[in-house]
Design a binder for this molecule. Sequence first.
Ligand code: ARG
Length: 563
Amino acid sequence: MENKELVAKALSDALDGELKAEDLVNKIERPKNSTMGDLAFPTFILAKKFRKAPQQIATDIVEKINQENFDHVEAAGPYVNFFLDKSKYSANVIETILKEKNDYGKNNDGKGGNVTIDMSSPNIAKPISMGHLRSTVIGNSVANILTKNGYKPIKDNHLGDWGTQFGKLITAYLMWGNEEDVKKDPINNLVKYYVKFHKVDKEKPELDDVARDWFRKLENGDEEATKLWKWFREVSIDAFEKIYKKLGVSFDTYNGEAFYNDKLQGVVDDLDKKGLLSKSQGATIVDLDKYNLNPALILKSDGASLYITRDIATAIYRDQTYKPAMNLYVVGSEQTYYFKQLKAVLTEMGVPSAKDLHHIPFGLITVNGKKLSTRSGRIILLDEVLDDSIEIAKKQIADKNPDLPNKDEVAKEVGVGAIVFGDLQNEKINNIDFNLEDQLRFEGETGPYVQYARARAESILRKSGNTDFSASKKQLNDAESWNVIKLLNDFPQRVKMACAEFEPSVIAKYSLRLAKAFNKYYAHTKILEDNDQKDARLALVKSVSIVLKESLSLLGVKSPEEM
Ligand code: ARG
């Protein structure tokens, strides 16, 4: 049980149930100074109800309360201070973790409900940028956190694989491209053709007509156009998957925008039937005045569909296919206004999951002060950043632990982990500037710091030779272990909080705190010293290892056994 719940229950019993535990739980405070207890209850909030002085209420409660679960309970002015029974408490926490292992902290709040997560969603024939990195790693971690809370996430990569730009790309490829080059290095070469198209197009505007023609052919299912488009899509996905593999992220579906082409007419008909469409300067729109939003443009004056038309079809498809408890979009904050419009249109249409549509926005990312762009100029490619990071990790390992077995594997886990953790430890909405060297430090607020703490725990366990930690009868009650134990006990509640806020940083920050507390414990305690507490200390170390590993795993970061 949560400590606050334990206290609330004891209080409620002492008050003969006149106040329910659920109502008391939020009133319980954590005193700054532990001489005033681990938890405290302010009695002045009951003064009016009981028509008694708060001091008197505090004394009365202490007289009646069942002290069984506490070291002791005392009245101090208008407070009841609770001192947890350290031995009993630590035994409980550690026993629970050792029993539940990586299931520790799991709950069933989601009751198996489906949650669709729109994540990563890069545009084909273009490189994955660091911006897509954020969507990928935040989405992946949110999915892990949802699973831990009893939901069933469905990760959908909503690829940008449709639009007039494919007419341009086909035109450019047929003029300057060749198959071999595309096979060798698909994304870079496709980008090259596309960039060239725009350059040449400035002098030869008639190219635009050719491109428009190709897109029309593509829309009409022309064989050659479709073959090329499919091929561009395939080679792009292959290239993306190499990066996803490096990041350790997978998807349930790759239903890109084009998947919805045959469902667009249905959307327009449905909107029409519901009387939601109107005309504006030849275009077809949904008026969103009553939401204080600009109208949503559904069809251009030439009848072409738009990004939002496909997103409406997508949301309806997800609604009908999965009956989701929530429909989430992990997309940069520059699309916040857009998702308000999307939600408003779906609400007007009466789509059931519209009320549970959440845009999960995030801020911009720069690397060593450099902006990321796919249009022109300097492009920072995610793949290169990952490789650079792995290189730095390799050097560090060569410095610190040159005899480490499977060095390359560990360098990958550390290098990639540093980037993922470096992203996720920030509250999503903040802009971040990445400094690779900083993110890879083994000291400080980094992923490798947490990985290292966990590897250190494992190394102690290996040295001890213990394999069975269940028989740790003797319990810990020293001050150093106390901080660690209290943090371990916090984990299930952090798991809930991270889920309620779609905020992986809750877990990342928690893991940093636990790693720090553990390192302090390690510095102050002779863990392997032979005495009657040794087994209990090792059981604590094992518990820390389990919870650190599980925290990292919720973030999508690996835990090397040794580093
Ligand atoms: N492909 C878009 C981009 O790179 C992101 C798509 C986000 N998802 C969506 N359902 N609109 O900006």
